[in-house]
Design a binder for this molecule. Structure first.
Ligand SMILES: C[S@@+](CC[C@H](N)C(=O)[O-])C[C@H]1O[C@@H](n2cnc3c(N)ncnc32)[C@H](O)[C@@H]1O
Length: 211
């Protein structure tokens, strides 16, 4: 059997948003690579390589080496692998190791951005969709924030820092913001607030901002 690498989107976090395709793919894989949060969405997984932020690249490399040696590997990514996910990292390492692209399958998942839009009744083809996760270019948001469209953003680092940056760069402190925190989990919160009030709210890293 030809080996394959499946890059599997696992949705925003709750099992309810896992696709049948993701479940079937993981069931049929020999090795599952993912964060603890994604692996625990699936039942009866014996052959797993959990990763964390520090050893992520090393584990992806190990996974690709296993695929080169004939294993069927599933690499899990929260939300959709192609939105601030691990798709590009996997493709880059696979390319370096000359693993054929035609043996790599991407299985889309429901992105946290999509769920944030749905929870707020937003038609997202009319919105600015952007991510600052792990990026230095947060200044780019200033180019779009006042273009009369709703902006749905995956913030960089802390939501508080993002709000402070916007206020420091001339956006009104009274600008309305919706924070969508821990979407799809039992403790999900949708908070209607303003940029200046964000400084007083305790938030986890798992947030989407709608401005
Ligand atoms: C590495 S990115 C992965 C994004 C993912 N690929 C997606 O499509 O949703 C992780 C960031 O996504 C956002 N995120 C992921 N899951 C979320 C959830 N359930 N609720 C709110 N934000 C979430 C948070 O901003 C988090 O810091």
């Amino acid at each position: 059997m030809k080996s394959k690498i499946h890059i599997v989107g696992t949705g925003p976090g709750s099992k309810e948003y896992l696709t049948k395709k993701a479940i079937k793919t993981v069931e049929n894989a020999n090795i599952i690579i993912g964060s603890e949060r994604t692996i625990e969405l699936f039942e009866n997984i014996d052959h797993k390589l959990p990763f964390n932020a520090k050893n992520l690249m090393k584990k992806i490399e190990e996974g690709i080496d296993l695929a080169i040696n004939g294993q069927n590997v599933a690499i899990l990514s929260t939300g959709d692998p192609g939105f601030s996910g691990i798709l590009n990292s996997v493709l880059k390492i696979a390319n370096k190791k000359k693993y054929p692209l035609e043996n790599i399958e991407v299985i889309p998942g429901i992105s946290s951005i999509q769920l944030a839009a749905a929870k707020n009744h937003l038609q997202w083809d009319n919105c600015n969709i952007t991510t600052f996760h792990g990026r230095e270019n947060i200044g780019d948001i200033l180019k779009i924030i006042n273009n009369n469209k709703t902006t749905i953003a995956l913030p960089s680092k802390k939501v508080k820092d993002m709000a402070k940056f916007l206020i420091d760069n001339g956006i009104s402190p009274d600008r309305k913001v919706i924070i969508c925190e821990r979407l799809s989990y039992d403790d999900e919160k949708i908070i209607h607030t303003t940029l200046k009030e964000i400084a007083n709210i305790e938030l986890t890293y798992m947030c989407i901002m709608i401005l």
